[in-house]
Design a protein around this ligand. Structure first.
Ligand code: F6P
Length: 327
């Protein structure tokens, strides 16, 4: 094991890309520490793939990642980089990685970022991906970095909203993130005891929801919480429909980017550590074109080609369970 940069040692590059997710810093820390442990030098690329075009490549040492495990956001910053979907952009990225003598690249990000990683692999770059997205919609992993923290933030918000909802006998419609996925809505809705959960993956029956809400009020409940995924059309139309059908006083809360900030949960810190160290070991052992994900509690390697082509759908059994529990 070495603790300082060994001159001339091969270099591992690391970047975070797309929407930030709590726990990205834990993954960066793990990549840096495992790389140095194995005798590599580490380079951080700032602002995601954009940093390759802007020549924003920095040296990362053990001290660079001290105390970051508890921080949300990403110390490397991030960006969405549409140029990575063009031949020209990809060629430029390949050239920049060669110029900086990056022997292996770790890409930490969501499905778009992992598609770019696969495109780089196809062009000869040695690359390993780590799934990070609060949406938890990445194919090939049970859990992406950031999801657990986001769900906990929503549950805490629901607990607070229930107090004020009860005080006024109101119905709250809570909009949560998930552009194309109902994963946060389902898990948080279940954990927060929502009366109804609306997700893009399942049809909505407003009349059935209104009936359920009436039944629970008849039993003496003073509040109603309905969770709506952003990708299911957002809170406003749901609030209008339920106001019309129930006659209740309705309020809307859109949690938005609050769900992406703040300290990562213990689960996301541990996940970042496990995936980050595994990714570096895979590169060190000569593997490329894979994502390190989780399957049944263990890290697994999944070809990026499959990740890029697939789409993770939430477990709709959770939706049925939520209906039973909200009876
Ligand atoms: O992909 C994660 C996500 O948080 C989505 O749930 C949301 O729709 C989107 O990012 C928001 O993106 P931005 O931060 O660019 O507004």
């Amino acid at each position: 094991m070495t603790t300082e940069e060994t001159h001339g040692a091969p270099q591992i590059g690391v970047l975070t890309s797309g929407g930030d997710a709590p726990g990205m810093n834990a993954a960066i820390r793990a990549v840096v520490r495992q790389s140095i442990y194995l005798g590599y030098r580490v380079r951080g690329i700032r602002r995601g793939f954009a940093g390759l075009f802007e020549n924003r490549v920095v040296r990362l040492e053990l001290s660079s990642v001290a105390d970051i495990i508890k921080m949300g956001g990403t110390i490397l910053h991030t960006a969405r980089t549409p140029a990575m979907m063009t031949e020209e952009g990809l060629a430029q990225a390949v050239r920049a990685l060669a110029e900086h003598q990056i022997a292996g690249l770790v890409v930490i990000g969501g499905d778009g970022s992992l598609r770019a990683a696969q495109a780089l692999h196809e062009r000869g770059v040695r690359v390993v991906g780590i799934p990070a997205s609060i949406d938890n919609d990445i194919y090939g992993t049970d859990q992406a970095i950031g999801f657990d923290t986001a769900v906990n933030i929503v549950v805490e918000a629901m607990d607070r909203l229930r107090d004020t909802a009860s005080a006024h006998e109101r119905l709250f419609v809570v909009e949560v993130m998930g552009r194309e996925s109902g994963a946060i809505a389902l898990s948080a809705g279940l954990a927060g005891g929502a009366e109804a959960i609306l997700i893009p993956e399942a049809p909505v029956d407003y009349e059935a929801i209104a009936e359920r809400l009436h039944r629970s009020r008849a039993r003496g409940k003073r509040h109603s919480l309905v969770v709506v995924a952003e990708g299911a059309g957002g809170a406003a139309p749901v609030a209008d429909a339920l106001r019309r059908l129930t006659g209740y006083e309705v309020r809307v809360t859109i949690l938005g980017h609050l769900q992406r900030g703040g300290p990562p949960s213990a689960v996301d810190r541990i996940l970042g550590g496990r995936l980050g160290t595994h990714a570096v070991r895979a590169l060190a052992e000569g593997r490329s074109g894979i994502m390190v994900g989780m399957d049944a509690g263990r890290p697994v390697e999944v070809p990026l080609e499959q990740v890029a082509a697939g789409q993770r759908r939430p477990d709709l059994e959770l939706a049925r369970l939520a209906e039973v529990l909200a009876i």
